[in-house]
Design a protein around this ligand. Structure first.
Ligand code: SF4
Length: 462
């Protein structure tokens, strides 16, 4: 299963279910197939359903749900959605109730599951969250503190993970030692919140305190939080794609505002790939901030030459290729007077499969564009992601095994320019060695069978 999700957790003096609902609405861009909330009401109780946050909880009046600690999740998967896939997942274990919400991929999940089954665990879902809950329960049974138990669990986990989880009424956030998936901590009026992105804290009227440190376990309570970095790596591996594609522009990640990074990427793109053209057109909405940056640095005016039907979901994260293709046509339509007879530069965040870009270029030509130049604010995606983004095989990727000239021909553009890896890291402002660049270099921060490891590291245990 490949998933790309959003998680949240709240501990408050007041009931938290309605606040979790608001946090999930703010994280909706991270998953639209299902949503769920788990709260402690004497035992952990879950509320979940398929669809957008506004659809998943139809008929539930959260103002009557009593719990003062809880976690939430928005879900995306390439699998057909069934309600059982929705998280948080709740397990009634010998160590008490455990609820888990997960964003990421545990790369050694199968091996962990086998070991747990050999120890006598009977899996209900077979999910990574279930393995996490059983490992934690086993450790807690040994009378370890939660911190000690989590440390032992982390020693076994490989891959990317940003968890929010509950053990009975206690609520925690946990980020993998590389910090691949984002997680941050904030203060709200009557307590504390942990969320995938700071926009969830903003939506609750709260203040971002800081990011959860890679390898850190944080417990939040209404009156305080306590963080402990359990597992350190010398180098981090923050997913660069969060900055380029997934995060909301108004989020702050690792102390950096995503909007400013995107604008800077557009400026650097103009510096690296200038072109003689009349106008810059963003692909709405994904290319807009980059287009502003490109325009600023190149002096070319920005025009909204493509209009978006806002009621169609994002194509890249729609589950099937067929659905994706049909929706492109419906989703974007050119403003003819803007493009007719013009040399246009279209700017977007990335090209994954290339089918959408080809259709857009053809559409612009059909409606009278004289030349169509394509500029992309990420380097060519040449390899799969194993850490939670839906790019699973090289065959899906237009840039895998092709040079720029071949890709340009395939998307029917007059010219094509991708930002360089140096340009990308300059804009993000994080050292190359602290970013995951696996899908654009083919070298990964974590050992993956058949793939190259970026560099060997010493593990430091506290
Ligand atoms: S491989 Fe690419 S998409 Fe996946 S975590 Fe690394 S940078 Fe992000």
């Amino acid at each position: 299963m490949r998933e790309k999700c959003g998680v949240a957790a709240i501990a408050s003096r007041h009931r938290v279910a309605s606040s979790l609902y608001v946090a999930l609405l703010a994280l909706q861009h991270r998953g639209q197939e299902a949503a769920g909330i788990a709260v402690y009401e004497g035992g952990i109780k879950g509320y979940k359903g398929l669809g957008l946050v506004s659809e998943a909880f139809n008929g539930i009046d959260f103002s009557t749900v009593e719990g003062k600690t809880g976690i939430g999740h928005v879900y995306y998967s390439i699998k057909i959605s069934v309600p059982e896939n929705a998280q948080p997942s709740i397990f009634h274990t010998h160590a008490g109730d455990i609820a888990v919400a997960h964003n990421g991929i545990i790369t050694n999940a199968e091996q962990i599951k086998q070991e747990l089954m050999e120890k006598g665990h009977h899996f209900i879902q077979g999910s990574e969250e279930e393995s996490f809950a059983y490992m934690l329960a086993d450790e807690l049974k040994e009378k370890h503190s939660i911190e000690h138990a989590v440390k032992n669990v982390m020693k076994k986990l490989e891959g990317s993970y940003a968890f929010t989880f509950m053990v009975n009424d206690r609520v925690f956030g946990l980020r993998d030692p590389y910090g691949i998936r984002p997680l941050c901590l904030g203060k709200i009026e009557n307590g504390y919140v942990i969320a995938s992105e700071s926009v969830a804290i903003d939506a609750l009227g709260g203040k971002l305190i800081r990011d959860v440190i890679p390898g850190e376990l944080i417990e939040i309570k209404p009156e305080e939080y306590k963080g402990n970095v359990i597992h350190r790596k010398k180098h981090k591996a923050y997913c660069f794609f969060e900055y380029v594609y997934f995060a909301r522009s108004d989020s702050i990640m690792n102390g950096r505002e995503v909007y400013s990074i995107r604008k800077r990427l557009g400026e650097i793109l103009a510096r690296e790939h200038p072109v003689d053209a009349d106008i810059v057109i963003p692909i709405p909405d994904s290319g807009r901030t980059y287009a502003y940056g490109y325009s600023k640095a190149s002096g070319l005016p920005v025009e909204e030459g493509l209009m978006k039907n806002r009621y169609i979901a994002r194509t890249f994260i729609m589950p099937s290729q067929k659905v994706r293709q049909e929706l492109v046509q419906l989703k974007l339509n050119p403003v003819k007077s803007i493009i007719e007879g013009k040399k246009v530069v279209i700017v977007d965040d990335s090209i994954v499969r290339g089918t959408t870009m080809r259709r857009i270029v053809d559409m612009l030509r059909y409606h009278g564009a004289r030349q169509v130049h394509v500029r992309i604010a990420s380097p060519p995606i040449i390899a799969p992601c194993y850490f939670g983004i839906d790019m699973t095989t090289r065959q899906q990727l237009i840039a895998s095994g092709k040079n720029i000239e071949e890709i340009k021909k395939e998307i029917n553009a007059d010219s094509l320019g991708y930002i360089s890896i140096d340009g990308l890291t300059e804009a993000i402002g994080i050292d190359k060695n602290d970013l995951c660049l696996g899908c654009v270099t083919g070298e990964y921060p974590i050992k993956i069978e058949g793939e190259k490891l970026r560099f060997q590291e010493r593990i430091e245990w506290k």
